[in-house]
Design a protein around this ligand. Structure first.
Ligand SMILES: Cc1cc2nc3c(=O)[nH]c(=O)nc-3n(C[C@H](O)[C@H](O)[C@H](O)COP(=O)(O)OP(=O)(O)OC[C@H]3O[C@@H](n4cnc5c(N)ncnc54)[C@H](O)[C@@H]3O)c2cc1C
Length: 463
C-alpha cells in the first residue's frame, strides 16, 4: 500500500480495499493524494483517507459495498477538470476518492451503428482519436479534452464547443454501465436505436454528477466525419450584434458547428499576454465560428457574412494550422484567467434573446459590488451559454455567485448550462427548479442511496 495509513481508519478497511483493487491502487500517501484533493481552479479542496482505483465494475462494486458497511463517503473522480467542486473531497467525514483512472479500455468501433463502448476513465481526446480512426467524429469537444474523461462528461452531461450541432453528452450516450451505492451493477450497453422497455436507466445517470452511481463504461454514439472545415473570427461592436450574427449563422449556414463569444476584457487579456499579434482588432466582442462539412462549407458562410456586412473586421482560416491559431485564442482564455488568480467561474445559460441585456446588467452588477473586481465573460454563444469569470472576491465569498444566479433566474435562464451543479450551486438550485422537481430529485437520491454515501452535498444539499 502506498504511504502511511490514516489514524481514523482501521488497517482492516484499507487492507480490505487493497484485497479487491490491489495494494498500488489504494493510495494513502499525502503527496500522491494531493492532486486528487484539489481541483483545476484551486477553489475546491479537501481531504480523503485514500484514493481507490478499481479496474472494473466488479471491483468498484466491492469498494462501494465496503464503504457502505463502514459509512465511508465516496467522491467519484475522473480527470478532475470539473469546475463546480463535485469531484473533490469535502467536509470532515471519512471519505475516499473513487477514481476511474484504470477504466481505460476502448472497445471496437461498431461501424454499422457508429458506436463504441469505452471505459469511464478514457479521455475525451482518446475517444476522439478512436472515432476518427474509424471514419467518425466523437461529436463532443472541450478545452479539457486531454484530461477530462468520458465518465466525467457523462456524469456532468458536459456540453462543449460542438453542443449546438451535436447536443450535450446526453445525446451521444446510448448506454452505460454503473455501480450503485449498494454495489449493484447496472449494465445497459446494447445501444439500440429504439428501446423503450422500461425506465431509461442511462438517461437517469447522465448528469447525476456521481450522486446516483459510479459510471464504469459508456456506450458512445459517434457522428459522421466532416473533413472540410473553415474557421472565422469576427470583431463586432456589441454583444447584441454578436447575438444577431449567431442567429443568422445558425439558421442560414447548415454546416455551422460552433459559435463562440469572447468579450472585451477577455480580448484585452489575450492582447496583453499572447506574443502573436491579434488577428482582428480588439473590439467589444468577437464571434468565433467553425463550419464543417464533407465539401468546402466556405461559400455559404461567406454569403451570409457578406449579407451581415462583415469585411475587414474578420479573419478567415481554411488550412489546419491557421484554423488552430484562431481556435487557440478561445482555448487560451480559461488558462490565462487561472494565472491571474482563483476566479469565481459561473457557467450559466439564458435565452439567446436575453443574452445582451443579461450581459449589460451583469457588468453593472459586478461594477457595483467592487470597481476592483474583474469580469471576463466568454462562452458558447450558439447555446446562449456563457462562462462568467469574476476575479477579485475571496474564493469562499458566495455573495457574488448568489447575485449572478439571481440575475440569471430573472432572465429565465439556468444556473448551470454544462458544468453541473456540484457543491458550488447546490444551495441555489431552488432558483431554477420547482419544488416538485426538487422533491422528485430527493426521492430518487433517497431510493438509490439512502445512506447518502455517494457524493453527498453535490447537486442536492443534505437536509
Ligand atoms: C480548460 C477547461 C475547459 C472546459 N470546457 C468545458 C466545456 O466546454 N464544456 C463543458 O461542459 N465542460 C467544460 N469543462 C469542465 C469539465 O472539463 C467537464 O465538466 C468534464 O465533463 C469533467 O470531466 P472529468 O473527467 O474531469 O470529471 P471530474 O472533474 O473528475 O468530475 C466531474 C463530476 O463528475 C463526477 N464523476 C466523474 N467521473 C465519474 C464516474 N466515473 N462516475 C460517476 N461520476 C463521476 C464527479 O464526482 C464530479 O461530480 C472545462 C474544464 C476545463 C478545465
Amino acid at each position: 500500500m502506498a504511504g502511511a495509513v490514516q489514524d481514523n481508519m482501521t488497517e482492516g478497511f484499507m487492507s480490505g480495499l487493497a484485497h479487491y483493487v490491489g495494494d498500488d491502487n489504494v493510495i494513502v500517501a499525502p503527496d500522491v493524494r494531493a492532486s486528487y484533493e484539489t481541483d483545476w481552479t484551486r477553489r475546491w479542496h479537501g481531504r480523503c483517507i485514500a484514493v481507490v482505483r478499481p479496474a472494473d465494475a466488479a471491483q468498484a462494486s466491492e469498494v462501494l459495498q465496503m464503504c457502505g458497511d463502514r459509512g465511508v463517503r465516496i467522491v467519484p473522480q475522473g480527470g478532475n477538470t470539473g469546475l463546480v467542486g463535485g469531484a473533490t473531497p469535502r467536509g470532515s467525514a471519512p471519505q475516499i476518492v473513487l477514481s476511474s483512472a484504470r477504466l481505460t479500455k476502448i472497445g471496437d468501433v461498431d461501424r454499422g451503428a457508429g458506436q463504441v463502448t469505452v471505459g469511464a476513465g478514457v479521455t475525451v481526446a482518446a475517444l476522439q482519436r478512436t472515432a476518427r480512426t474509424c471514419g467518425f467524429e466523437a461529436g463532443l469537444d472541450l478545452g479539457a479534452r486531454d484530461t477530462a474523461t468520458v465518465g466525467g462528461v457523462a456524469a456532468c452531461d458536459a456540453g462543449g464547443l460542438q453542443a449546438m450541432r451535436y447536443g450535450t453528452a446526453r445525446r451521444r450516450i446510448v448506454g452505460l454501465e454503473a455501480v450503485l451505492a449498494d454495489g449493484t451493477i447496472v449494465r445497459r450497453l446494447a445501444g439500440l436505436p429504439k428501446d423503450n422497455a422500461g425506465y431509461n436507466v442511462p438517461a437517469l445517470l447522465v448528469g447525476s454528477e456521481g450522486t446516483l452511481g459510479f459510471i464504469t463504461q459508456v456506450r458512445w454514439s459517434c457522428v459522421s466525419r466532416k473533413e472540410a472545415r473553415v474557421v472565422v473570427l469576427i470583431a463586432v461592436e456589441s454583444v447584441s450584434e454578436a447575438v444577431a450574427m449567431a442567429t443568422s449563422l445558425r439558421w442560414g449556414v447548415p454546416s455551422v458547428e460552433m459559435i463562440e463569444l469572447l468579450t472585451e476584457t477577455g480580448i484585452r487579456l489575450l492582447g496583453d499576454r499572447l506574443s502573436a499579434p491579434l488577428p482582428v482588432p480588439p473590439a467589444p466582442a468577437w464571434v468565433l465560428v467553425e463550419c464543417a462539412d464533407s465539401v468546402d462549407p466556405s461559400e455559404r458562410l461567406i454569403e451570409v457574412l457578406s449579407d451581415l456586412g462583415v469585411g475587414e473586421r474578420s479573419a478567415f482560416a481554411v488550412d489546419a494550422s491557421s484554423r488552430r491559431r484562431l481556435l487557440r485564442l478561445r482555448e487560451a482564455l480559461p488558462e490565462l484567467i487561472t494565472q491571474d488568480g482563483i476566479s469565481h467561474k459561473l457557467d450559466v445559460g439564458v435565452p439567446l434573446d436575453s443574452l445582451s441585456a443579461f450581459y449589460d446588467e451583469l457588468r453593472q452588477l459586478v461594477r457595483e459590488r467592487s470597481p476592483s473586481h474583474r469580469l471576463i465573460v466568454f462562452g458558447h454563444l450558439g447555446d446562449g451559454n456563457v462562462h462568467v469569470n469574476i476575479l477579485g472576491p475571496d474564493p469562499d465569498d458566495e455573495a457574488v455567485d448568489a447575485a449572478v444566479f439571481e440575475l440569471v433566474a430573472e432572465h429565465g435562464g439556468t444556473i448551470s448550462a454544462e458544468h453541473g451543479v456540484g457543491v458550488l450551486k447546490a444551495r441555489f438550485l431552488p432558483l431554477v427548479r420547482s419544488a416538485g422537481e426538487l422533491r422528485m430529485m430527493r426521492l430518487i437520491k433517497q431510493a438509490l442511496d439512502p445512506a447518502s454515501i455517494l457524493n453527498p452535498n453535490v447537486v442536492l444539499e443534505e437536509e
